[in-house]
Design a protein. Sequence first.
Length: 331
Amino acid sequence: MTTQTSRAIHIDQHGGPEQLKLVTVSVGDPGPGEIRIRHHAVGLNFIDVYQRSGLYPMALPVQLGMEAAGIVEAVGEGVTHLQVGDRAAYASQPPGSYCDLRVIPAKCVCKLPDAISFETGAAMMLKGLTAQYLLKRTLPQGGLKAGDFVLFHAAAGGVGLIACQWARALGLQLIGTAGSDAKCALAKEHGAAFVINYSSEDFLARVKEITGGKGVKVVYDSVGKDTWDKSLDCLASFGLMASFGNASGPVAPMAPGILGPKGSLFLTRQTLFTHIATRETTQAMADDLFEAVISGKVNIRIDQRYKLEDVQQAHRDLEARKTTGCSILTL
């Protein structure tokens, strides 16, 4: 058995960015169904903040990070879709991508096309696969077709900018919200049909105005507490409220009975890791994402780069909503 050392970011207890500690860990050989991968770049996501803070409690200590890209160094028994030397990228459980080198289950690791750089691969997997399952797999009754209105909160974030572009390619009229005029301009530039600055405008009134009073077929909401109530009122009858995050805090408990008078609404709470639970589904979704990026329909915008040792600052910037597009750790 070979053992190597790797830098890694651990937390020993839940709390603020100061809990993120740079440590040295030992990395062994992959077991059955696993690979060892040496990272070239690591993606940052808001779920990392939830896990660090304790909003999503973790068994401690834990190594954080959900996505990365690099080179496969070793392949365990039973792994057939990857070989030593392959360029690869992933978004996967369990956490642990904040490091140089790790052993990871192979089922969610995908071969990275040569046309996509390591930095782009690291930045796009979790956010791009999230946009894919939202726009392609989390659909209102009757589905979505060209010309339909959808509301997408935090449209200038990493998932949002990908969704703006992909929605435009699908012919959807995406109404994007963001917290500043500059972020709204960014969402518009990336394909949002309409933008609303929810810090200075009533997004419910604007959505009704844009849709001629009809509302939207689906709301994609990763903001949570601050946007929840008005989002429900933005929906047309039989519309779908698709929650996939809580950047402003968790939504308060609600009675299902309110969904009837508001138009017999549908409500779902989605998570990427249900969608990528099998090797086949992961690969199919990744192939769709790779095609969208290589074809130019979706451009992965990396606006922030941090060194691994500067991860505390990266988390502060994420929580302060200072970031746009994607953020990565460089190694």
